[in-house]
Design a protein around this ligand. Structure first.
Ligand code: NAD
Ligand code: LMR
Length: 442
C-alpha cells in the first residue's frame, strides 16, 4: 500500500501531539512514511517537537520525522498539509475576547467581533501556507482547520479558487459524540446526519440510523429538556466546566426554534447578554485554554522529553481529530466518505447566496468533494445566516481593499454588536492591538 507524507502547519499548536497520536493509531488506514512539523515560531514549536519525535519513533521508527521553520523543507514532498495555524497565537485571542468585553459585547473568537479581528490576521497566514504548498508540492491537498473557518474559507474561495484546499471543522463532530450518547448509538459513525449552516453557525435537521430510521424528533425532545447533554451528566465528563455550561445552554437555544437542533455556538449570537454576564472581563476563554490545555499538553511534552520515552504518557488521541484521518483517507483511497465540509453554496441551499461558504454534507473522493443538496431553508435560519455571511464577506473585503469602512460595516452588522457607535470603538481598539498583523486600514 502507498505510504504518505504529511506536514502539520502550526506545529506548535497544543493539538499537534493529539493529532500525531491519532495518525499513529490509524496507520493501517493511512500508512505514513513521513511526518513533518512546520511553524514560523521555533520556540513555540519546540514545546512539542521533541515529544512528537519520541511518540513517532516508539510507534514506528521507519516514519521519517522533522520539525522545521523552513517552508521549503516542510513543504517539499508532501501529500497532505494539515493546517491549524493561529496567527497572533493565544495572546491575540485574549485581546479578541477582551476588547469587545470592555464595551459589554461578547468577544467570541470565530463568528463574533473577536473572530472578525482574528480573520483579518489569519487570511495572510493561511494564504502564505497555501502558496508554499503550491510551490513545493503542487499535487498535495491542504486540510485546513485554521479558524475563523468561515472567513478563512471565504478568502480561499476568493483568492485561491483553484487550490487544493478543503476547509473543515471539528465542532459538529464534538457535538455528534454527545448526540450519539443521547440517542444510544455506540458511535457517531452509526448516524447518518443532515446539517446545514455556516461554520459554528448551523443546525442538524436529520439523524438516521443505518436502516434509515429517523431520530431527530427524539433528539429535539431531549434537548428541549436537558440541552445537548445526558440527564445525569456532570462537569467531569467535559474537558472543562465551560463546555458543560455550553451543552446545557442548548436547551435555551432550541426553545427559540424547536424544529431542528442548533450548534451550541448560537449561545454567543442569541444570548450575548447572558454570556457577558457570566464572563470575567479579565479572564476569558483564551486564559482558560492557556491555564488548562496549554499547561497540560506542554507540561506532558516536557516530561516526555526529560524521561526520553512516551510509554506512560497521559496524552490522549484527539478523538475530534478523527475527521482528519477520515478526510485524508477519502482523498487518498477514493472512499466516498460523507463528511461535513465548508464549501461554496452553489445552489445547495436553494434560497441562499450562491457564493456563500456553507457547511453542508459532501461526498469525498480522490478528486475532492461533491456537496449534497439541502433545498430551501426557513426564514429564521436564512435571516441569521445572511446577516453573518455578509459580515464575514465584509471582513474579506476589508482585507482586500485595506478598507476601514468595510471593517466598520462588518462589525456593525455582527449580531453580537449592538450599534455602530460600539462597532467603531471596538474597531479602533482592534486596530491599535493588531498593528503588527493587520493591513493598514484607510
Ligand atoms: P496555538 O496558538 O496553540 O497554535 C497555533 C500555532 O500556529 C502556533 O504555534 C503559531 O506559532 C503557529 N502559527 C501562527 N502563524 C503561523 C504561520 N503563518 N505559519 C505557520 N505557523 C503559524 O493554537 P491552537 O489553540 O492550537 O489552535 C490552532 C488553530 O486550530 C486555531 O486556528 C484554532 O482556532 C484552530 N482550531 C480548529 C479546530 C477545528 O477543528 N476547526 C479546533 C480547535 C482549534
Ligand atoms: C479553540 O480554538 O481553542 C476553540 O475552538 C475551542 C476552545 O477551546 O475554546
Amino acid at each position: 500500500m502507498k505510504k504518505f507524507s504529511i506536514v502539520i502547519a502550526g506545529g506548535g499548536s497544543t493539538y499537534t501531539p493529539e493529532i500525531i497520536l491519532m495518525l499513529l493509531d490509524n496507520l493501517d488506514r493511512l500508512p505514513l512514511r513521513s511526518i513533518k512539523l512546520y511553524d514560523n515560531d521555533e520556540e513555540r514549536q519546540n514545546h512539542v517537537a521533541k515529544a512528537c519525535e519520541i511518540l513517532i519513533k516508539e510507534k514506528d521508527p521507519t516514519i521519517q520525522y522533522v520539525a522545521t521553520t523552513d517552508p521549503e523543507v516542510a513543504y517539499t514532498d508532501v501529500d497532505f498539509v494539515l493546517a491549524h495555524i493561529r496567527v497572533g497565537k493565544l495572546e491575540m485571542r485574549s485581546l479578541d475576547e477582551k476588547i469587545p468585553l470592555k464595551y459589554g459585547v461578547v468577544g467570541q473568537e470565530t463568528c463574533g467581533p473577536g473572530g472578525m479581528a482574528y480573520g483579518l490576521r489569519s487570511i495572510p497566514g493561511v494564504l502564505e501556507n497555501i502558496e508554499y504548498m503550491e510551490k513545493y508540492s503542487p499535487n498535495a491537498w491542504m486540510l485546513n482547520y485554521s479558524n475563523p473557518a468561515s472567513i478563512v474559507a471565504e478568502a480561499c474561495r476568493r483568492f485561491k479558487p483553484n487550490s487544493r484546499v478543503i476547509n473543515i471543522c471539528d465542532m459538529p463532530i464534538g457535538m455528534e459524540h454527545t448526540i450519539a450518547r443521547i440517542l444510544g448509538f455506540k458511535s457517531r459513525k452509526e448516524m447518518c446526519i443532515r446539517y446545514y449552516g455556516l461554520n459554528h453557525f448551523g443546525w442538524w435537521t436529520s439523524i438516521k440510523d443505518k436502516d434509515g430510521k429517523e431520530y431527530i424528533q427524539d433528539l429535539i425532545a431531549h434537548q428541549l429538556k436537558y440541552g445537548n447533554c445526558l440527564a445525569d451528566d456532570d462537569a467531569s465528563y467535559y474537558t472543562d466546566s465551560s463546555w458543560f455550561d455550553t451543552a446545557k445552554k442548548v436547551k435555551d437555544i432550541i426553545a427559540i426554534d424547536p424544529t431542528m437542533c442548533p450548534n451550541s455556538y448560537f449561545q454567543y449570537y442569541l444570548f450575548g447578554d447572558d454570556m457577558v454576564a457570566h464572563t470575567d472581563p479579565n479572564y476569558t476563554r483564551a486564559d482558560q485554554v492557556v491555564d488548562t490545555r496549554e499547561k497540560r499538553v506542554f507540561g506532558e511534552c516536557a516530561r516526555i522529553e526529560k524521561v526520553g520515552t512516551a510509554k506512560d504518557t497521559t496524552l490522549q488521541i484527539g478523538i475530534h481529530a478523527e475527521f482528519i484521518v477520515d478526510l485524508a483517507t477519502a482523498l487518498a483511497f477514493n472512499t466516498h466518505e460523507r463528511m461535513l465540509l465548508i464549501v461554496p453554496n452553489n445552489g445547495a441551499i436553494s434560497n441562499f447566496e450562491k457564493d456563500a461558504m456553507v457547511e453542508i454534507p459532501c461526498i469525498v473522493g480522490k478528486d475532492g468533494y461533491e456537496p449534497l443538496t439541502v433545498g430551501e431553508i426557513p426564514h429564521f435560519q436564512k435571516g441569521l445566516m445572511e446577516q453573518q455571511v455578509n459580515c464575514e464577506k465584509l471582513v474579506v473585503d476589508a482585507y482586500e481593499q485595506h478598507s476601514y469602512l468595510k471593517m466598520l460595516q462588518a462589525l456593525t452588522l455582527n449580531k453580537c454588536v449592538p450599534n455602530a457607535n460600539v462597532a467603531r470603538k471596538i474597531l479602533d481598539d482592534f486596530i491599535e492591538a493588531n498593528k503588527a498583523y493587520w493591513p493598514e486600514l484607510k
